[in-house]
Design a protein around this ligand. Structure first.
Ligand code: FAD
Length: 693
């Protein structure tokens, strides 16, 4: 299975050596003692206790309501001079756009961001959830002696560490296993993994190591045992992509940016000299609690196009003849039961039948398996194709013991995302496209930031804001950022330079590994709920749980075997700018991604709770039902369920189809499924310890 990677490391040792030497030549830290301390035993802002030792929960500053932010946006029509003009208007609220908003506002710029759907509704909620340098990009770099590619790996490895530091509650270090079918593969793969560790230098996570056959099987009881001799384990990061994206938007807003979801840019405005000076925007929530829906003008010194796969559409608002710069490539994922990866370790398969890499990773108690990249058309809600789903099931099955073969019945949700690759004019296929990002400015002043990957969103944002400052003659200012920890500490004073590498996102300040037990100290909640809230909201879990004392039923689970509770919906509506049921069920909680059938069964209650919070009448509730079912098609809801009514679901006429996730808990909290496993053998004597590597 690891033959492709093995082939890589068979490249003459000179290739590896040369790569390392080149890396050293540009001042990269070749190897220093890795700072592996990712422990979060103590929060940056520890929880407070009163004289009797009881916890005093923090009291958080409120995120401005959507109505307030919309009014703010409307005020910036340029009619009242400079005061009614933003420095920057950012189009697109994915990882790139929200990253730019946070960078710009912390440099003292006056910022607005508009997103036509929800934050992360595009590609940024549909990733593989890895925060990684990319072992396969390293493969390319070494195999092709491609120095720019190597630089990208090094950049991403550096960003990986920063990412995990600023969002410790939403991200973690993840071990990934490479099974070995022959010890002959070991030296080559070991060298590759060690090079990966080495390139991360002081920003590394834990070191890679070799394990015996028995340890590999212990980590993956379902792993195919034929020819298995052992495995290599390396580390990358993993995160909760849409919650990270929403957190970036909320943090920007708390620091003073105007951020609006469900507001679309329909045209760019130009001044008498043909320079872009703002945009026409339209509130897509009009008639649904938004404004009147008429397009209005927003003025800004600079407009940034951060629309990912839709980059070219906005480019053509600037100039209809503009050449296409994005080569869209789709990647499909399937959600599988948790007992595939019961020990919190993933697998990488680099030897699939068509050469694409497949990841099988534990995530939120379940298992996500997916692959990229196929050239595709850009569309708003892509659906995972059945042949892609079958490909993933087949390839993952090949890794498993024969009795554990996967079928479509094991699939709990599917989705497809579109990667906004930057086109290389000389490249024949998407695989050979460079994953680098691009910051360009058109003659009329449209600044576009595209490409890259989730892991490097922060660097992309920094480059885009640097360019914006120079192109639009903006003046970064020292600002007093308010304290968002909830304990009324003094805020921090910035100096107009980029601060995002050290600016924790909302929820990070009070997060520690003790947070879940602290939540349980004050609230009668189950351990899995406490763990979920701590690792999804960080310190804002206190705000979520505040609803449980005021609203009846707020600790009720949305679906029996998932830790999502009703209070999260109230928090999503009041404090996280969720406007629709799809926002709440897929990008604030992740239920639709984890089990679309469970999401369908939770939908009546989800709509009822949101209706209470957002004052929806019957017509709006019906609209939400239809719209959410349409959205669920992109999460893999079966075609024959797209027309079901609320009454059919509530009355039990629509039975839980798969129900596999309802069958109990896996060993590490992973939800089980009925996938057959063989008994785990005793550890072999003489098993290689990790230090043996
Ligand atoms: C299958 C797959 C797996 C991936 N896995 C990983 C991974 O594991 N790790 C990693 O680092 N990277 C990964 N990536 C890459 C990463 O997800 C993307 O690079 C990143 O999410 C792109 O973010 P973005 O903000 O540029 O685009 P998007 O998230 O698509 O955001 C663009 C936004 O612009 C909005 N928009 C468009 N037009 C308008 C308009 N006119 N007005 C207002 N808003 C508009 C859209 O609604 C959209 O929300 C993966 C990509 C894919 C496809």
């Amino acid at each position: 299975m690891a033959s492709r990677l093995t082939k890589l490391w068979r490249r003459p040792v000179a290739a590896a050596a040369a790569t390392v030497v080149v890396a050293g030549g540009c001042g990269t830290v070749l190897y220093s003692k890795s700072n592996k301390n990712l422990s979060h035993d103590v929060a940056a802002v520890p929880v407070r206790r009163d004289a009797r030792g009881n916890i005093t929960p923090p009291s958080f500053p409120a995120v401005r309501s959507r109505a307030e932010q919309l009014a703010d946006l409307r005020r910036h029509d340029g009619q009242g001079g400079g005061e009614t003009e933003y420095d920057l208007l950012i189009v697109g609220g994915g990882a790139t756009g929200t990253g730019i908003a946070l960078d710009a506002v912390t440099r003292g710029l006056k910022v607005a961001l508009v997103e036509r759907d929800d934050f992360s509704a595009g590609t940024s909620s549909k990733s593989t959830k890895l925060v990684h340098g990319g072992v396969r990009y390293l493969e390319k770099a070494v195999w092709n002696l491609d120095y720019p590619q190597l630089e990208l790996v090094i950049e991403a490895l550096r960003e990986r560490r920063g990412f995990l530091n600023i969002a410790p509650h939403l991200s973690r270090s993840l071990p990934i296993l490479l099974p070995l079918q022959s010890w002959l593969q070991a030296p080559y793969l070991w060298a590759g993994c060690k090079m990966y560790d080495l390139l991360a230098g002081s920003q590394g996570l834990e070191s890679s190591y070799l394990v015996s056959r028995a340890r590999a099987i212990e980590s993956f009881p379902l792993l195919k045992r034929d020819n298995l001799v052992g495995a290599l384990v390396y580390y990358d990061g993993q995160h909760n992509d849409s919650r990270m994206n929403v957190s970036l938007a909320l943090t920007s807003s708390l620091f003073g940016a105007t951020v609006l979801n469900h507001v679309e840019v329909t045209a760019l405005d130009k001044d008498a000299d043909g320079k872009i000076c703002g945009a026409k925007v339209r509130d897509l929530m009009a008639g649904r609690g938004g404004d009147d829906g008429k397009p209005f003008t927003v003025r800004a010194k600079g407009v940034i196009n951060a629309t990912g796969p839709f980059t070219d559409a906005v480019e053509r608002m600037d100039d209809p003849r503009r050449r296409q710069i994005v080569a869209p490539a789709s990647g499909a994922h399937v959600m599988l039961p948790g007992n595939l990866c019961p020990k919190g370790m993933g697998i990488l398969d680099a030897a699939t039948s068509d050469g694409r890499v497949v990841f099988v990773l534990p995530w939120q108690g379940m298992t996500v398996a997916g692959t990229t990249d196929k050239a595709c058309e850009v569309e708003t809600e892509p659906v995972a194709r059945q042949d892609d789903v079958d490909f993933i099931l087949n390839e993952v099955s090949k890794l498993l013991a024969p009795e554990s073969r996967l079928t479509r019945d094991h699939v709990l949700a599917t989705w497809s995302g579109i990667r906004p690759l930057v086109r290389d004019p000389k490249a024949g296929n998407t695989e050979s496209l460079v994953r680098s990002h691009l910051v360009t400015v058109s003659a009329s002043g449209l600044l576009t930031c595209a490409g890259g990957k989730w892991t490097t969103y922060r660097q992309m944002a920094q480059d885009a804001v640097d360019e914006a400052i120079s192109t639009f003659n903006l003046v970064p200012r020292s600002v007093a950022l308010p304290d968002i920890s909830g304990y009324g500490l003094p805020g921090s004073i910035t100096n107009g330079t980029c601060k995002t590498l050290t600016t924790p996102v909302v929820g990070a300040h009070g997060y520690s590994t003790s947070l879940a037990s602290q939540l349980m100290e004050l609230h009668p909640i189950d351990a899995d709920v406490a763990h979920h809230l701590a690792t999804s909201y960080g310190d804002r879990a206190w705000a979520v749980l505040a609803f449980t004392s005021s609203s009846r039923g707020s600790t009720a689970r949305l679906a029996p075997s998932f830790p999502f509770i009703e209070a999260e919906l109230r928090h999503a509506a009041r404090s996280e700018l969720a406007c629709t049921a799809a926002d709440a069920i897929s990008r604030r909680t992740r239920l639709a991604f984890l089990d679309v059938d469970a999401a369908l069964h939770a939908l009546p209650r989800v709509i009822d709770v949101l209706a209470e919070e957002l004052q929806w009448g019957e017509a709006r509730k019906q609209h939400e039902w239809t719209a959410t079912l349409r959205f669920m098609r992109s999460m893999g809801l079966d075609e024959d369920r797209l027309g079901v009514t609320r009454e059919e679901v509530v009355s039990g006429h629509v039975r839980a189809r798969r129900g596999l996730a309802e069958q109990g808990e896996g060993e590490s909290g992973g939800r089980s499924s009925g996938i057959e496993s063989s008994p785990v053998p005793e550890l072999e004597s003489g098993a290689l310890s990790r230090d043996a590597a």
